[in-house]
Design a protein around this ligand. Structure first.
Ligand code: PMP
Length: 433
């Protein structure tokens, strides 16, 4: 069967009549890689299906949440029952306490947890809290890290902002941007230098401990320890943005893997099982400042939504149920990366592969990638050829070099074999250009 996206192209044109760029989140538009984004009709297990009748092995997983695969029968079962009890109450439920308890048990640095509806809200609220707690205004973020789209953090941002060349968005007032200091990831000396100069004004450092929004980058040995030491020394809070890495690189996130205790942590994606949930939490004495126990205001009409809590609880229960879940899926991820790497090498490419747990990434670069500057050395044209060649063979990757990839418990050995074989054909195309 010939690969066509005819119906998606028509749908995309129609969507553009009503929605800016036809999408509700920019990277979905495929503007970075060109072409038509498949419009999705349904998803199950490791696959998504578009309205043209194409099916794809999916390594985007809704950008991270779908660690059990799509439409996991037990999650859907729990959700269906919950749905019959009503969709939102705007009043406390047992579900919120249950998901909060599961999170504090998985991530012990989070002694108290507040649920919100998006990662953006989580990081925005964590910053407000850090500023209130320290009575300081400045924050530090890392170039190419993405923490959502609120003003303080849309500065030298990764993900779609990097893909589309707007890391500093118009509309962010200079007065706000000037409070955000930036430094390259993995540069401990650079961070220390900022603190030497302005340490007394810095409320917090926010970091993706394992960045996934400039492509996937790994911390150098000792780097995260250095970030912890520097923040502690200067009385600034350390905020781990584990919206992507939480329950993804390990059940307890990157802080479990690297044995670092941040003051505050932001979560999202996996904890909502595919529904809109995020959270921030941390040390009890800091979190007690949040209203209504304290004066720092933050609220949400749909926060702690019963359907969203149900999907999150079901997901975490299932992740805990199989003791070897992370071990098994990590092995599958390693096998996939090794297979694709071998195909790349067969075609003469010595590209950079990164993996931690069930998260992985490939840079079309012959030199090591450890920060945004080195990530930018990647051959974007080569990536784009590879991306489209994979899509046409039914492999759905994130449509940008500056995004990570995700494995799920629903991916089979057959999926992996098919993906490796497809990558061989795709690298052959890249070699021709
Ligand atoms: N932080 C990180 C690390 C993320 O990857 C993202 C989104 N990809 C966000 C925050 C923002 O989350 P949301 O899109 O739910 O606002």
């Amino acid at each position: 069967m010939n690969f066509t996206l005819e119906k998606s192209a028509t749908a995309f044109a129609e969507a553009k009549r009503y929605i800016p760029g036809g999408v509700n989140s920019p990277v979905r538009s495929f503007r970075g890689v060109g072409g038509t984004p498949p419009f999705i009709a349904k998803a199950a297990g490791s696959r998504i299906y578009d309205i043209d009748g194409n099916s794809y092995i999916d390594y985007v997983g809704s950008w991270g949440p779908m660690i059990l695969g799509h439409a996991h029968p037990e999650v859907i079962g729990e959700l269906t029952e919950a749905l019959m009890r009503g969709t939102s109450y705007g009043a406390p439920t047992l579900l919120e306490t249950e998901l909060a308890r599961l999170i504090t048990e998985a991530v012990p640095s989070m002694e108290l947890v507040r649920f919100v509806n998006s990662g953006t809200e989580a990081t925005m609220s964590a910053l407000r809290l850090a500023r209130a707690y320290t009575k300081r205004n400045k924050i530090v973020k890392f170039i190419g890290c993405y923490h959502g789209h609120h003003d303080s953090l849309l500065i030298k941002a990764g993900s779609g902002a990097a893909t589309f060349g707007v890391p500093d968005s118009p509309g962010v007032p200079d007065s706000i941007a000037s409070n955000t200091l930036t430094v390259e990831y993995n540069d401990a000396a650079g961070l220390a230098a900022i603190f030497e100069k302005q340490g007394e004004d810095i409320a917090a450092v926010i970091i993706e401990p394992v960045p996934g929004n400039m492509g996937m980058v790994l911390p150098r040995p000792g780097y995260l320890e250095a970030v912890r030491d520097i923040t502690e020394k200067h009385g600034a809070l350390l905020i781990f943005d584990e919206v992507m890495s939480g329950f993804r690189v390990a059940y307890g996130g990157a802080q479990e893997v690297f044995n670092i205790t941040p003051d505050l942590t932001c979560l999202g994606k996996v904890i909502g099982g595919g529904l809109p949930v995020a959270a921030y939490g941390g040390r009890r004495d800091i979190m007690e400042l949040i209203a209504p126990s304290g004066p720092v205001y933050q609220a949400g009409t749909l926060s702690g939504n019963p359907l969203a809590m149900t999907a999150g609880i079901a997901t975490l229960h299932l992740l805990m149920q199989t003791e070897t879940f992370y071990e098994d899926v990590t092995k599958m991820t390693a096998a996939l990366c090794a297979g694709i790497k071998a195909q790349a090498e067969k075609h003469g490419f010595n590209f950079q592969f990164h993996q931690l747990g069930t998260m992985f990434g490939l840079f079309f670069s012959e030199t090591p990638v450890y920060d945004y500057a080195s990530a930018k050395q990647s051959d974007i044209a080569a990536f784009n050829i590879f991306f489209h060649a994979m899509l046409e063979q039914g492999i759905y990757l994130a449509p940008s070099q500056f995004e990570a990839a995700f494995m799920s418990g629903a991916h089979s050995q057959a999926d992996i074999d098919a993906t490796i074989a497809a990558s061989g054909n795709a690298f052959a195309k890249v070699a021709q250009y």
